[in-house]
Design a binder for this molecule. Structure first.
Ligand SMILES: Nc1ncnc2c1ncn2[C@@H]1O[C@H](COP(=O)(O)OP(=O)(O)OP(=O)(O)O)[C@@H](O)[C@H]1O
Ligand SMILES: [Mg+2]
Length: 417
């Protein structure tokens, strides 16, 4: 039976079978029930809850919550019900007949991993379980792209992963499949912040044109449809001032044949700019993404730094903005060139040539990179070796999932590339 790959993100859950190129289901990690809506006790049966888009559609009649925050599970009861939905409503499978591959953010507390194992084995009785670090899976996925192959990397499982989803952005250095924990950097900005930034701009300017209950959804639509990363902020403002056709008029159809329209302006390029000029939007967080990536690599052992600059892999929905890859490539190059210039100042021979190759790798599966890496791993014989079985769990308890054993196997896995 195929392995089930389940990547729960702060914003979206990606679910499907290993070996497929894309997840079968992608839906919001949202949960709704009538918990705090006044009702007679005992009136609702156990099944009166909703997940995903069905949950989001029940704002107003149900309490809608998101069980994850910043990539980490916060409400375990609701998460368990969401998993129940994934298994019995979406896939309609017998969990004991399948292996499961779940994902976790870097630096996930081991207690969380153990608790996940407990729920998976005891509540659902899954046949096998493996919990993989998201960054490593994303690097697996990137390693299979044409662009990665062209780079002639000595080891495609060495690289720096930028995983930016809905609730969190992580920069993760990985060497030979091992995560270098001390180098991991976390940026408190991700897709949800870009949506909020777009929302704020739309509210200020287009307030009366957008029904208030639709405002957040419209901000997300604008972000995903129109936003892009520009080359230079001042230049882009100038372009907009000279060319009115760069402003868009968005028309949103509604039920009953009605529709409403509003303008989309500077937020098209201002939203994603938060990663490159965070100081414009916040006083608390001011380090641009390229500098964070540079800091991450510099925090790693000196002999690993060159391959980490050579293979910077993108992962997550928020890295798919048009122009994101090119801007990051250019700005990373500038940061590294500035570093080389500083190094040369200290050299006696100022003419000595110092070369550092910098590559930001984008690919078609970036949006689902973590899930796709899991899909690949789940379809290999390696998965069967490293996953824990129900018998092992029954014998040793949840502590068998405390340590992640993937990295040793990753060393063998890499020879396949
Ligand atoms: N075309 C697009 N352009 C820009 N952003 C997009 C696009 N498509 C999706 N997104 C955004 O990507 C985010 C979801 O990405 P992803 O599924 O990687 O996050 P997640 O795994 O749920 O969150 P996290 O990894 O932070 O826990 C959302 O904020 C969504 O709006
Ligand atoms: Mg994610």
């Amino acid at each position: 039976m195929p392995v089930i790959v389940l990547d729960n993100g702060t914003g979206f859950t990606k679910l499907g079978y290993a070996g497929n190129s894309e997840p079968l289901y992608t839906f919001p990690t949202a949960y709704a029930d009538q918990e705090s809506v006044s009702r007679k006790p005992g009136l609702l049966d156990d099944l009166d809850f909703y997940v995903g888009y069905e949950a989001q559609d029940r704002i107003g009649t149900h309490t809608v919550t998101y069980p994850m925050r910043h990539g980490i599970i916060e409400d375990w009861d609701k998460m368990e019900r969401l998993w129940q939905h994934c298994i019995y409503k979406y896939l309609r499978c017998e969990p004991q007949e399948h292996g499961f591959l779940l994902t976790e953010p870097p630096l996930n507390p081991p207690e969380n991993r153990e608790y996940t194992a407990e729920v998976m084995f005891e509540t659902f009785g899954v046949g096998k379980l493996y919990i993989a670090v998201q960054g490593v899976l994303a690097l697996y996925a990137s390693a299979q792209s044409k662009k990665s192959a062209k780079l002639g990397l000595e080891n495609p499982l060495t690289g720096t992963v930028i995983d930016s989803g809905d609730g969190v952005t992580h920069v993760v250095p990985i060497v030979d499949g091992y995560v270098i924990n001390s180098g991991i950097r976390h940026i408190p900005l991700a897709g949800r912040d870009v949506t909020n930034m777009v929302l704020q701009k739309l509210r200020n300017r287009e307030g009366p044109n957008i029904p208030p209950e639709e405002a957040l959804r419209m901000a997300q639509v604008v972000k995903e449809k129109y936003c892009y990363v520009c080359k230079d902020l001042a230049e882009e403002f100038n372009k907009f001032d000279q060319d009115q056709s760069l402003f868009h008029r968005h028309t949103q159809p509604q039920k009953g044949g009605k529709s409403f329209s509003f303008d989309v302006g500077y937020e098209q390029f201002l939203g994603p700019e938060v990663f490159f000029h965070p100081e414009i939007f916040s006083q608390d967080y001011t380090t641009p993404l390229p500098n964070v990536v540079d800091e991450t690599i510099q925090a790693c052992p000196i002999d690993c730094r060159r391959p980490l600059y050579k293979n910077i892999a993108l992962s997550g929905g928020t890295t798919t903005f048009k122009g994101f890859h090119n801007r990051l490539q250019r700005d990373m190059r500038r940061v590294v060139d500035a570093r080389i210039a500083r190094m040369k100042e200290d050299l006696i021979d100022k003419t000595r040539d110092i070369q550092i190759e910098v590559n930001v790798v984008n690919h078609d599966l970036q949006r689902y990179a973590v899930w796709c890496g899991g899909s690949h791993l789940g379809a290999t014989s390696q998965y069967q070796e490293i996953a824990h079985t129900k018998q092992q769990y029954d014998e040793y308890g949840p502590s068998i999932c405390r340590h992640n054993v993937m990295f040793q196997s990753a060393l063998r896995e890499k020879r396949k590339y």
